[in-house]
Design a protein around this ligand. Structure first.
Ligand code: PGA
Length: 242
């Protein structure tokens, strides 16, 4: 299966910087890995127009109505959007999202035909207390509760150890593989026909110099990338194009 490399630009890049990146990236991108980009929501149209799959970094659990400040997955889909990142640890940490509350967003986005990258991960304290695997099971069961097999095909899981995000501390390939294998087992139990092929991304300080080893692991199907996705050449390197 092709690797999937997803850029999470968080709250970075103005319009001019987005356009410059897209131009540089498209000049060398050969499609050997799937590349998706989630810019700040206000710039998604720039990514849509570039022909690269565009995403948002959060969406509402509601479709329309009196929800000031929210983004509707239906509206996003209508303007050519393809995917949404849900449950990123920064959303969990700063905006009080939990696996339970995220479940409604996951269901809405899938029902609207968006691809969903559902993020899970443990803190350093939780890892040191040996809770990583059981927590991943819980985060999967809670966030994906009651998902029908009809739209599960659009689901991608991202394992992002919180202690490795933006810190330069990367999980060793063996540490990541152990958790990815566990996630696949849980997914196979939950969704028998789909678990084997679900794409499980690793996120947390993925860079050109560690990508090969990480992506070489059996159950690592690509990456969700913050810092190293901001420079076109680094992102191209992650996609195997430099
Ligand atoms: P990082 O971020 O690559 O900068 O560690 C990953 C993420 O937040 O998804």
């Amino acid at each position: 299966m092709k690797k999937l490399v997803v850029a999470n630009w968080k709250m970075n890049k103005n319009g001019k910087e987005c356009l410059q990146f897209l131009q540089e990236f498209k000049a060398k991108y050969t499609n050997q890995a799937d590349a998706w980009i989630a810019p700040q929501s206000l710039y998604v149209k720039l990514v849509v127009d570039s022909g690269i799959k565009a995403g948002i970094q959060n969406c509402s659990e509601f479709i329309h109505g009196a929800y000031t400040g929210e983004i509707s997955s239906r509206t996003f889909k209508e303007m050519g959007g393809e995917f949404v990142i849900l449950g990123h640890s920064e959303r969990r940490q700063y905006f009080s999202e939990t696996s339970k509350s995220l479940n409604a967003k996951v269901k809405t986005a899938l029902a609207e035909g968006l691809k969903v990258i559902y993020c899970i991960g443990e803190t350093l304290l939780e890892r040191e207390a040996n809770q990583t695997l059981s927590l991943m099971t819980d985060q999967l069961h809670q966030g994906l509760n009651d998902i029908t097999t009809a739209n599960v095909e659009n689901l991608v899981i991202a394992y992002e150890p919180v202690w490795a995000i933006g810190t330069g501390k990367v999980a060793t390939p063996a540490q990541a593989q152990e958790v990815h294998a566990h996630i696949r087992t849980v997914m196979k139990t939950k969704f028998p026909a789909f678990g084997e092929k679900v794409r499980i991304l690793y996120g947390g300080s993925v860079k050109p110099d560690n990508v090969k080893e990480l992506f070489g692991q059996k159950d690592i199907d690509g990456g969700l990338v913050g810092g190293a996705s901001l420079k076109a050449n680094d992102f191209l390197a992650l996609c195997g194009d430099i």
